[in-house]
Structure formats: structure tokens, C-alpha cells
Design a protein around this ligand. Structure first.
Ligand code: SAT
Ligand code: MN
Length: 580
């Protein structure tokens, strides 16, 4: 296979001249191709077969122990004007960055195969979908891109019809942390990633294209590329509302997206449209709509069990790739809080015994096709996407942020998103558990200056006929002894029901300085082991704490200088005056 697109041929030729591979392979996305790559990786040891009786077609990949998460400190956005990327990104001049990267890529594929992966982000026939081509020397990346995107012939056909495409160049290099960089050139729709084979660093369709480059493209074209799950909530009466929810990495987006209604909620159904990324457009009638650009899930494994996420637990029992989990004596994948089995070898393949620390890496992952999810929404293939009733922001906060509150209006909603904060998780190589500002959960992913991004959000609201309501949730409140106050997981449906009732105009709320909160009687807690006092603290507004929080949000906004839209300062001042 090759292509009729001259630009693509010229680019692949240039890259082959630079990287000097032994062979060039154009990926067609067929099953035969995937089977051949898996056989090849089993032979090389890049993949290990898991127990095929209990886990048919499941494989394990052990990444280099220094290469287990995204590397934000080595991730750059390279634009002509440094002010365009803002203090939220690392910047390098494009010429310098290309020079530095091309020196790394020089001859780096000698003796290896260069794979050309045409892919499409979004339903193949959607006007909202966008194309890309990734060049890589990693067969693991090819197989993962095959699960995570619409990859191969059909994607190439879109490009051959003349669509612009994002060019991603990737090599695992020597996997040396000192020679590892992830560089983005949004003005040229180009990505260069060297020295990592892991997830968000290497599967360029995901964070690099669908968030960093796409957020830039979306600003130019008038849409939004967001770090959001998309979930449909269907009532027993058959009414479905779609919510787009932004939480930082490893804060339960996948669990919420495929939530299993608890026994107390017979007749309710949850439909997963996406678990990580949403592309949002205002349609001709002024309605905000969302597509999921991805076709699979790259989810956190530890903690997945029949109680926390039955759907995910079932979905990863076949045709899944595991990265950095442990294995049992009989070669089944194992991870912390799996709820069954005992590890024999840890994620690095070393014998494990109790007291040896964690057996699976805390950021170990599964890759599966979305269609394996029992809650997969057929609307995920709808070229027009789904209509969005509400935007939900959330974070991991021990204190302060109530279980749920509603913003007063769209502008306030943008401030709520801009002021988001969360305790850090294992998804990035940094200290875990420190509270950091993570606006719209986009801190590691917004490809341009946050101040301009907030202005763009304000404009999107103006273009809708009625902007969706905006909410903030926090499933992670703890008491002084570190016990979670809210049961979470399936029970989060109770909070989603309140959100939907608000969207449908069926109930009122308690107006407070920070936004609208549920009247305690409107939140259905029947059957939960939750005292009236606990519910009260979950729904309390700590005035002194919020004054301090808004002070900190003000300081944070000031880091972005006078590009910050006035509307955000005005809303912040309004809330502060109401708190007094
Ligand atoms: O960036 S990854 O795709 O590796 C996972 C995440 O952080 O959400
Ligand atoms: Mn994510």
C-alpha cells in the first residue's frame, strides 16, 4: 500500500532519508496486519502472551522502567511568538526545536521498520473529524493506534480527498530519559516525539494531536478540544441527557463514563460516548454538540474491579493490551484492588512477595477498542455527535469543594473551570498528591495561552442559543481520618440525576455565593450509609476557605497578565463580595 497524495509521499521520503530505516511499511489497519505485528512482538519479547484461557487475545507489554508516564517537563509547544503558548506551556523557538529534534532522529531507525500510520480522529464520515499521519518505529504504537483511532485505509482515503493532516514523527530512540522530548508545532500542524514508547508520549493521536494541536486548531476554527469524557444518562422514562465532564488524568473519568447504575436505580442506563477527550462544536441551531475523537480506551488499570467498574472489568478480559501490570502464577494480569488472585511477578517481571510494594505500576494501563464496552453508545459513531446538556468540571480535593454545585451562568462556569485544582496523580512523572491548578483539566494539554483559551471559552458560550449549564463536582472529600465522605463510583449517578433535573428545569437549588447547591432533600440518598451530618458537610460552603480559594484563583489568573478576559475578574469580584 502507498498513496496518491504527493505531499504525504514527499514527507515520508524526507523522514526516511533522515531516520534511515531498513524498511518502510504503510499500515492498512487490517486484522491480518495486526496479527502479524502481534506475532512479531511476541517473538521479540515486546509483548508477552497472557493466559489465553482466562484472557483470550490479551497481551502484556512491559515498558522501560524509566518510561511509565507522560513527561510534562519535556513537553514543549513551539510557536513563532512565545506569548502565544503562555506560562502554561514550555516554549522553544520552532527552528531551534526542529534542529534539536532532527539531530536526535538522524539515523535513529537504522535496522528498524518505519511504520506510516494514517489515522482519523472522530467518526470517519464526520465533518468534525480530523486526520493525521504518525510515523513511528514502534510496532506497539501501531497496534495501540489501531485500537485508539480509526486507522488505515479509510483514514488515508480522507487524506487523499485533500484534507489537511497533522504530521506526527515518533521514535522510541534509546529510551533514554536524558534524550526524551515531546514537541508540538501547532502553526505547522506537526508533532515530533523522541525517546519514549509510553501512552501519551507515543500514541500521538491522543494528547499530542487530539488535545494540544487540536486545541489550537479549534481556537482558529471556532470549536473546543477538551479533556472530557462524554456520557449519556438515560432515565427509566427513556429521556437521555449527554454530559461532558472534565477531570484531570486518573481522577475516574473512565469509571464515570461507563458507570453501572446501582441496584437502587433500576431502569437507569448509562451510555459511554467517550472517556477522555471531547471535541465540542456549536451547530447551526446554536446547540453545543460533542464527538469523541478516539475509538478506544487507554485506561488506568489499578482499582478496576467488579465493584468500581464492572463494565471495564468485563471489557478487559479479552482482546486487550496491558501495559505494566503484574501477573499471577498462572499468567493472568494482576493489579492492586483487582479483588482476586495474587501477583507472582511485578510490573517489571521481578518475583513479587507481600511487602515488596506495589506489584502493578500505579499508572499501568489497558488498551481496548471502545466497542468492547458493554455501555458503549452507538451514538459514538454519529457524525453529528451528541447534544450536550451540561458541562461538569471536577477535581480531587480532600477539602473545600462541595460534592456538587452549579455555576450561576456561563461566565461563572468559565471561572469555575479556570480555577479548577486537583491533587496530582501517577499519570505524570511528578510528585503525587499535591494540589495544583489544572484549569478545565487542560494544564498539561492546552496548546496555547490559557488566557486566550478562557476568552475563547467565553465566545463559544456567546455563540450558543442557550449555553449549557456548568457544574463542579468533587467525589473525593475526606474527613480528618482520611475516610472518603461520599461512596463514589455507581452512586455518583445520584449526583448526575440532580444535575439533569436542574438542566431540565425540574427542581430549584439553594443559591449561595459560590453557586447553586442542592437542597439536601433533592439529592436522593435513600439506601446509602450516609448520615445527615455527612451530607451537610458535603454540601457546606466554608466561607473563610472560599475567600482564601478565590484569593488564590486571583493570584493564579494574574500569572497570565492582562490577556485574561475582564469577565473572569468581574465574576471573581462578584463572588468575593457575596462572600463578605
Ligand atoms: O497521557 S496518557 O495518554 O498516557 C494518559 C493520561 O494521562 O490521561
Ligand atoms: Mn486523560
Amino acid at each position: 500500500m502507498t498513496t496518491t497524495n504527493d505531499q504525504l509521499i514527499a514527507w515520508v521520503d524526507d523522514i526516511a532519508r533522515l531516520t534511515r530505516p531498513a524498511k518502510v511499511h504503510w499500515c492498512d489497519g487490517s486484522e491480518a496486519e495486526r496479527d502479524q505485528l502481534i506475532a512479531q512482538m511476541l517473538a521479540s519479547g515486546e509483548l508477552l502472551e497472557l493466559n489465553q484461557d482466562t484472557h483470550p487475545n490479551c497481551y502484556l507489554h512491559r515498558s522501560d522502567p524509566t518510561d511509565v508516564a507522560r513527561v510534562e517537563h519535556l513537553t514543549y509547544v513551539c510557536t513563532a511568538d512565545p506569548a502565544d503558548v503562555g506560562p502554561n506551556n514550555h516554549w522553544m523557538a520552532p527552528d531551534e526545536a526542529h534542529q534539536q529534534m532532527d539531530a536526535l532522529f538522524d539515523g535513529c531507525m537504522e535496522g528498524r521498520t518505519l511504520y506510516v500510520i494514517p489515522y482519523c480522529m472522530g467518526p470517519i464520515d464526520s465533518p468534525y473529524a480530523r486526520s493525521g499521519v504518525q510515523i513511528t518505529d514502534s510496532p506497539y504504537v501501531v497496534v495501540n493506534m489501531g485500537l485508539m483511532t480509526r486507522m488505515g485505509r479509510k483514514a488515508l482515503a480522507r487524506i487523499e480527498r485533500g484534507e489537511r493532516f497533522v504530521r506526527g514523527l515518533h521514535s522510541v530512540g534509546e529510551l533514554d530519559p536524558e534524550r526524551r522530548f515531546i514537541m508540538h508545532f501547532p502553526e505547522a500542524l506537526t508533532i515530533k516525539s523522541y525517546g519514549s514508547g509510553y501512552g501519551g508520549n507515543a500514541l500521538l493521536g491522543k494528547k499530542c494531536h487530539a488535545l494540544r494541536i487540536a486545541s489550537w486548531q479549534a481556537r482558529d476554527e471556532g470549536w473546543l478540544a477538551e479533556h472530557m469524557l462524554i456520557v449519556g444518562v438515560e432515565s427509566p422514562e427513556g429521556e437521555t441527557h449527554y454530559l461532558a465532564c472534565a477531570f484531570p488524568s486518573a481522577c475516574g473519568k473512565t469509571n464515570l463514563a461507563m458507570l453501572l447504575p446501582p441496584a437502587s436505580h433500576a431502569g437507569w442506563k448509562i451510555w459511554t460516548v467517550g472517556d477522555d477527550i471531547a471535541w465540542l462544536h456549536v451547530d447551526d441551531s446554536g446547540q453545543l454538540r460533542a464527538i469523541n475523537p478516539e475509538a478506544g480506551y487507554f485506561g488506568v488499570v489499578p482499582g478496576t474491579n467488579p465493584k468500581t467498574n464492572r463494565n471495564a472489568y468485563d471489557m478487559i478480559r479479552h482482546d486487550a493490551i496491558f501495559t505494566n501490570v503484574a501477573v499471577t502464577e498462572d499468567n493472568q494480569p494482576w493489579w492492586e484492588d483487582k479483588g482476586e488472585g495474587t501477583p507472582a511477578l511485578d510490573w517489571q517481571g521481578r518475583p513479587w512477595s507481600p511487602g515488596n510494594g506495589k506489584a502493578a505500576h500505579p499508572n499501568s494501563r489497558f488498551t481496548v477498542s471502545a466497542q468492547q464496552n458493554p455501555a458503549w453508545s452507538p451514538r459514538a459513531e454519529d457524525p453529528r455527535g451528541v447534544p450536550i446538556s451540561a458541562i461538569v468540571f471536577g477535581g480531587r480535593r480532600r477539602e473545600l469543594a462541595p460534592l456538587v454545585y452549579e455555576a450561576q451562568d456561563w461566565q461563572h462556569g468559565v471561572l469555575v473551570g479556570a480555577g479548577m485544582a486537583s491533587e496530582t496523580t501517577a499519570a505524570a512523572t511528578a510528585k503525587v498528591g499535591v494540589v495544583r491548578r489544572d484549569p478545565m483539566a487542560m494544564k498539561p494539554f492546552c496548546g496555547y495561552n490559557f488566557a486566550d483559551y478562557w476568552a475563547h471559552w467565553l465566545q463559544i458560550g456567546e455563540r450558543t442559543t442557550t449555553p449549557p449549564k456548568v457544574f463542579h463536582v468533587n467525589w473525593f472529600r475526606q474527613d480528618e481520618d482520611g475516610r472518603y465522605l461520599w461512596p463514589g463510583f455507581g452512586e455518583n449517578l445520584r449526583v448526575l440525576r440532580w444535575i439533569i433535573a436542574r438542566c431540565a428545569g425540574r427542581i430549584d437549588a439553594r443559591d449561595t455565593a459560590i453557586g447553586r447547591l442542592p437542597h439536601p432533600t433533592d439529592l436522593d440518598i435513600a439506601g446509602l450509609d450516609l448520615s445527615a451530618e455527612t451530607l451537610e458537610s458535603l454540601l457546606a460552603v466554608d466561607t473563610a476557605g472560599w475567600r482564601e480559594e478565590l484569593g488564590q484563583i486571583g493570584d493564579y489568573l494574574d500569572e497570565f497578565g492582562d490577556r485574561v478576559p475582564d469577565a473572569l475578574h468581574e465574576v471573581r469580584a462578584r463572588i468575593l463580595s457575596r462572600l463578605d
